[in-house]
Design a protein around this ligand. Structure first.
Ligand code: HPA
Length: 246
């Protein structure tokens, strides 16, 4: 069965509003359990799968997400296009709280995660091209959908993937800025690379929850602020996805 789209929801997006005729699927994978059952259903008459990256009750922290199981499960259900929705902190001046961005590059600072499907005994060793970590055609489709839906999004930006679950120090963010990162989040990798290994189209919708450490006026980052901003930014996601599927 082919799916028109799979969506991986991040912090603040645990169910997909408007998904109809839903069937919850528990998918067995060679890599263990997914973060949550995959919720398959219809959105505007198109077949869509939704998976809550942190579990439906946000019980799985970024460094313990089973990224391989999640991507494998979506692929095995017939997904060929995957949108990752990720809460992030903003570094660049135009990436403040509640802004929505569609990054076009990333730098991976994570460690100790299973980053490839190629490390099982006997598995073929593949060196995928990752010059462009997000699929250009899917990024373009998201940007075009945003235009049609009248949703403001920033086109491009470099996503710095950090290990979490703690937020970063000011010095770490200063380093990320020097490296060229515009956004920082904890879940962008290895998800994007695993999607590429399975030849899935993959793009990221980054929801900016807060200024990254040292980028705003606040001495500290408050979780209340993160969740309040995310609620607002998350509201555009169903609008964007509906336009993408139209
Ligand atoms: N850093 C890393 N990940 C995040 C942040 C942040 O400031 N905000 C939301 N996710």
């Amino acid at each position: 069965m082919a799916l028109d789209l799979a969506i991986i929801g991040g912090t603040g997006l645990y169910q997909f509003p408007g998904l109809e005729k839903v069937e919850r699927k528990t998918v067995e994978t060679p890599f263990g359990a997914t973060s949550a059952p995959v919720v398959c259903g219809e959105l505007a008459g198109r077949s869509v799968a939704f998976l809550a990256r942190h579990g439906e009750g946000h019980s799985v922290p970024p460094h313990r997400v089973n990224y391989r199981a999640n991507i494998w499960a979506l692929h095995s259900l017939g997904a060929r296009r995957v949108i990752g929705v990720n809460a992030v902190g903003g570094i660049r001046d135009d990436m403040g709280p509640r802004v929505v961005a569609v990054p076009d590059q990333l730098i991976d600072y994570t460690h100790g995660r299973f980053t490839s499907f190629c490390d099982a005994d006997g598995a073929e060793v593949r060196h995928i091209d990752f010059s462009e970590p997000y699929t250009a055609s899917l990024r373009e489709a998201v940007l075009a959908a945003a235009g049609r839906a009248g949703v403001a999004v920033v086109d491009g930006g470099c996503y710095g993937a950090t290990q979490g679950p703690r937020l970063e120090t000011r010095a770490e963010i200063a380093r990320l800025r020097r490296d060229g990162c515009d956004l920082v989040g904890m879940t962008g990798m290895p998800e994007a690379a695993l999607a590429r290994e399975l030849e899935l189209d993959y793009a990221c919708i980054a929801l900016i929850a807060n200024w990254a450490a040292g980028c705003g006026d606040e001495a500290e980052i408050s979780l209340e602020e993160i969740f309040a901003n995310l609620r607002e930014a998350t509201a555009v996601v169903p609008v964007l996805i509906a336009a993408l599927l139209a």
